[in-house]
Design a protein. Sequence first.
Length: 312
Amino acid sequence: MIKNGVIKKKLDNILRTIVWYNKPIIRKCIKNPVVIFKMDGGTCSQINNYVSMKMLAEKTGYHLIMDVSWYDRYGEGEDSVIARPYNIDKLFYLEEYQTAGKVQAWLYKVLFACFTPQDKIEKGLFGLDLNIFTIPPAPCYLHGYFKYKLSEIEKNIGKYCSLKDKEEILDSQNLTVYQEIVSCANPVGVHVRRGDMSVEGRYWKVLPEQYFINVCEDLNEQDTIFFFFSEEPQWVLEKIIPFINARSRVVNNASYYGYRDLYLLSQCRYTVKSQGSFGEYAYMLNKRQDKKLIAYNVEKPRLWEWRSYYEA
């Protein structure tokens, strides 16, 4: 298996070299050049990138299409705790869009890739900031995470993405959870990101369980139920639940169905966020007038603070 992988990589490098030296000829052969927008990551990254793509297309007039080939490798594993399938269309009705073919995406990636500028990388900033970065005209391949201010994303989600009805998003088991949430006077949704985060330092540091315990202690009022959403429900049952004196419910969706967790979390009055942007996007989709977002803050005595997603 390893030997085949090495051979495949060597052949790919040879092909890349041949293609690169024939770049002028290949460029002339491209009849309808486009700007290809790479899609990768979980549900929230997909929402961010899709809305960013639509905003950028409207701003520049470029013909943008998506490369979703990343999900051929990382989208498998329905029972995996770190599955990252392409699933934004399970949550929203999307405006019509095109996807790049595998050969087209590969050629564009080899010849016309546009990465984060080196000076930004040296400052620890990754992704293309579409507020300030000038996108080259077609042919072009936009590679990486794309950034608009979260407030801009929030304002445009409804413009480009129409949320599906709950019956289309949730199965029968999750519809039961939905009814529990909307029937509760004070539902608190707690996102505990483990899964891909359980390996320390992979993206960020894993948040301490005391953060979640403190929040639950502080928000525990009469008629409160805590709904926990996590890729590792067993960890929540062992590390958090025994240490809080509160009514709670651990929602057991595999990572593959993370879009269901996002929808259910968006129905809660309070959103307790973990690492990453899952909490922010649940907060954006939340239509409640009394919604609140809570985030980790190591400098606070109780390790948490109120947070607006405009600041997140």
